[in-house]
Design a protein around this ligand. Structure first.
Ligand code: URA
Length: 285
């Protein structure tokens, strides 16, 4: 392998470590390039009487072909002009309340400009499975695979979730799956509490529209966002709580996230017990 190739491979690995694990544009953008200095425009001199005025030199209206530009729908992650957290939450509440069905809710989320996540993600990840199914499974946030396909839990941890569900007789036709965040956080980082909060009105509306008989919170982040309890997932998993859905309280349980189980296989025995509790409860509904 040549030195150049080794260096490029090292640079790629470093970028992946820093969270840049996906190419958003076909060509890289050199943000350090200093724009060419343009000479100050001389003050216009009024033409002398009878002097023919030459046609104005046409200003370049678009960059040269070798200058990549960012697509218009992608302001930087720290886009100036994002509303304050309270204004964003008010807007999320209004948009969510106006959604009378799931299709309208997906449109409302798309229309919501109160979070920079929309501008760094590729696809909206709304839900998968059957909204008529008795159980609604709520995870954390899309990762790179989900962002690419626009579906929740389709990557490695999704495959384990599929196997966990299959173990109790469920699949994507007999369950409904979504996340607390509909857009992928850059670099697969955990959602911040502020992000979870700002999208919460959409999640609440989602649960209200689906009206599940049972809610499964997949992982500690989803459990904290929905149950709003101080305990971590190791304390809270496998216990039954109630999600207040108007006149119909919904039995709700948290389980270990499959990504966590992949790192901590010793927890699979406890995870199995939690799945059996879900199976039993579903059989009783
Ligand atoms: N992890 C999640 O919590 N949700 C997904 O959709 C994928 C991975």
């Amino acid at each position: 392998m040549s030195i150049l190739t080794t260096e490029r491979a090292a640079l790629l690995r470093l970028q992946i470590e820093f969270g840049a694990d996906e190419a958003i544009l076909e060509a890289p953008v050199n943000r350090y390039r200093v724009p060419a200095q343009t000479a100050p425009t001389p003050a216009p001199v009024p033409p002398a009487a009878n002097t023919p005025v030459p046609p104005a030199a046409s200003a370049p209206t678009r960059p040269a072909a070798d200058e990549p530009t960012l697509p218009a729908r992608r302001p930087p992650a720290s886009a100036p002009g994002l509303p304050s957290q309270s204004a964003a939450m008010a807007s999320a509440r209004d948009l969510a309340a106006g959604a009378s069905d799931l299709a309208a809710l997906a449109l409302a989320i798309r229309a919501f400009d109160g979070s920079s996540l929309k501008f760094t993600a590729t696809n909206l990840v709304f839900a998968d499975g059957s909204p008529e199914a008795p159980s609604m499974w709520i995870g954390e946030a899309p990762g790179a695979d989900e962002d690419r396909q626009g579906k929740p839990f389709v990557g490695v941890s999704g495959q384990l979730l599929d196997r966990m569900m299959a173990a109790i007789g469920l699949d994507r036709r007999s369950a409904y799956i979504t996340n607390i965040l509909p857009w992928r956080p850059p670099g697969n980082r955990k959602p911040t509490p502020a992000e979870a909060e700002v999208f919460h009105p959409f999640l609440e509306r989602h649960i209200t529209l689906v009206r599940p008989k049972l809610i499964v919170l997949v992982g500690g982040t989803a459990a904290t966002a929905v149950l709003k309890r101080p305990e971590g997932i190791t304390r809270i998993h496998g216990r039954w709580f109630t999600y207040e859905l108007g006149d119909a309280p919904v039995p709700t349980i948290a389980i270990f996230h499959p990504a966590y189980l992949l790192r901590q296989p010793a927890l699979k025995r406890e995870a199995w017990r939690d799945l059996l509790a879900i199976k039993e409860r579903l059989a009783a509904t």
